[in-house]
Design a protein around this ligand. Sequence first.
Ligand code: ADP
Length: 391
Amino acid sequence: MDNKDIKILVVDDEEIIRRLFTDALKGWGYQVDMASDGKEAIECCARSDYHIVLTDLNMPNLDGISLINRIKSRWPLMEIIVITGYGTIETAIDAMKLGAIDFILKPVNFDHVRFIIKKCAQKIKANNENQELREMNTQLRELNEMKDKFLSITNHEIRTPLTIIRGYLEILDTVAMEIDEESQEILDIIKRTTLELSETVDRMHTLSKIDHLKWTEIGSAVDICKLVKEIYSEMERLFHHRAIEFYAEHPDKPLLVRGTKDGLRLLLRELLQNALKFTPDNGKVTVKVISDLREVIIEVKDTGIGIAYEKQDLIFTDFYEVQDSINHKSSQAEFMGGGMGIGLTLVKDIVITLRGRIIVDSEPNVGSTFKIYLPKLAKKAEAPVDAVIHS
Ligand code: ADP
């Protein structure tokens, strides 16, 4: 909001004074109208939204005090500044009690007028910005609620037919049936893509509020080394398939952190799934667990495409993807495979719930390292890195 957006009404029965104020205010860039008494001023206010009314107190028809009364009762947000002489200073105080924001003393010093109008305009601008922020916040909240509603409805609507398709596919598998090679290939493609669609729907559900709460429970003690070992063996074949060297390094003894097994599993899988997706074939991915006195540090490092510095904060926001989703491959295990931009939002939420922190260090075309620091639960679990497994 600039000066030109602020509308001022000058009310004075003396034409020369009206003109003087009007010319000065116009010169400072404000929009200005004039009225010759209180009655005309009310008519102007009814026609147009003024931000400021600058009024004399002694006027015929409707005096300044009555004018303030009427304006404040009908348009409480309009600011009023009164012009008064020394003789009527008490009336000016009455005017302030009725809601006028300030007064200008006659004989008029225009530096002072400029200062008072500027102060008042600043207040109006700040109110306006606050109002805009409040409206934007409400809009964001509504959008967020709509997103959650949309996710849970589509989830349900997609899940039901998917369950039926998968059920019949399983029946087809169990029924002994002679089919030729080409039909078998087609059937395999249907099975694979149905499974991928189910996974996508599961991920969508994970984002919806109810499940989000489930992932971010505080939980109790989880041995992170054991979990890494399990996930390593579950995901190993995916890396192997793409000729990516995959290493897991962790102490051979338990390292306990607070959390739920499901939440920490999701966290590790999301980071590793990203490392797999964004590392070209023949690259290298390492998941490493180390600990210091107070923290357990989980590091997932890849030699993939990396993330530009200015995007590194954005990747933790809902539905944000650095790459254009049009260029995605359909499978999540392929290089530049598809995603929905929600994994890291969830990872960050889980880490925050567990009073930890996440740091990303990445360089385009060199690779990325995600480090998660979680509070350690027991000292006795500490041990040097003595177990290394790789694909
Ligand atoms: P998505 O499901 O799309 O992978 P995420 O929230 O997990 O969603 O990640 C958001 C975006 O951050 C990704 O789409 C990708 O652009 C970028 N990103 C995440 N991890 C990596 C990584 N290891 N290497 C390069 N880019 C990454």
